[in-house]
Design a protein around this ligand. Structure first.
Ligand code: MG
Ligand code: MG
Length: 272
């Protein structure tokens, strides 16, 4: 499939991305101490199917669930289970859907109840790095410019950028070219082309960048046990500039947060 999508394809990906956004917004209201990640997974699966779509991760490479649920020191690809969430934890939720033949795929790290200041900073700075990376997704730039921007922002705080897992193009398949590392060198790598659609998704650890994997063959966690955050948006290159296809506004609405962070990356306001 071409890396450059037509206007029609971009709108189809936007539809899928916005369904993921709504799913995460639905979940945001449900995340509290005592709820298990498996309960949330079941709600997400029902929600997606009710919206005439298919969970994008279920069965993808053999993944067993709708959501990747990665608490605390887990980076990504955690498998939902019966363990209740506890106050002070964080939970990274990654969600994908397939609708009308096109994928949407994004992620958000939620606090469970009240979290400590250092973890709050990890979440805030990781999300900042996502938008700094998106800002660098523009014509004339290259893959390395986005990676550099993300890495440069978070390493000033002593955080580690996961190397082994990267963002990606998306469309009719979940993972397409180009790979979008969250580290890199300015001016290096593939040049961005009009109509490209990518998932930009910094995975940032409060300690070392090194990771390990559980014996379940899926769960990736930090090598030192420090917490990790993951925020992901889907972005198209339109008229040479980044156009957000996903939104966190459903999450913010559920949590009573007001934010203008997405305004620079949207040509038309979304109606929730
Ligand atoms: Mg994802
Ligand atoms: Mg992704």
């Amino acid at each position: 499939m071409s890396l450059q999508k037509t206007t029609e394809e971009i709108e189809l990906i936007r539809t899928s991305a916005l369904l993921v956004s709504k799913t995460l917004g639905m979940l945001a209201a449900e995340i509290k101490p005592g709820v298990s990640t498996l309960e949330l997974d079941k709600k997400a699966e029902a929600f997606i199917r009710d919206h005439d779509a298919i969970p994008g991760f279920l069965g993808l490479y053999g993944f067993p669930n709708t959501l990747c649920m990665s608490p605390n020191e887990q980076v990504v690809h955690g498998i939902p289970n019966d363990t209740p969430l506890e106050n002070g934890e964080i939970i990274s939720i990654d969600c994908g859907v397939l609708k009308n033949g096109y994928y949407g795929d994004h992620a958000y790290t939620f606090p469970v109840g009240e979290i400590d200041l250092e973890t709050t900073k990890l979440l805030d700075r990781t999300k900042e790095s996502l938008y700094i990376g998106i800002e660098a997704f523009r014509s004339g730039n290259r893959v390395g410019d986005v990676g550099y921007a993300i890495q440069h922002h978070v390493e000033q705080f002593g955080y580690g950028v996961v190397r082994e897992l990267v963002g990606h193009g998306l469309g009719k398949t979940m993972h397409e070219k180009p790979e979008m590392p969250n580290y890199g060198k300015r001016g290096k790598g593939k040049v961005f082309l009009e109509g490209m659609v990518v998932a930009i998704e910094p995975m940032i650890n409060r300690g070392t960048h090194r990771i390990k994997q559980l014996k379940d063959g899926w769960t990736i966690l930090t090598a030192d046990g420090a917490p990790s955050a993951h925020f992901e948006h889907n972005v198209a290159l339109v008229n040479g500039k980044p156009e957000l296809l996903s939104t966190f506004q459903y999450i913010y609405e559920a949590l009573g947060i007001s934010s203008d962070e997405e305004i620079p990356f949207r040509t038309a306001p979304i109606s929730l």
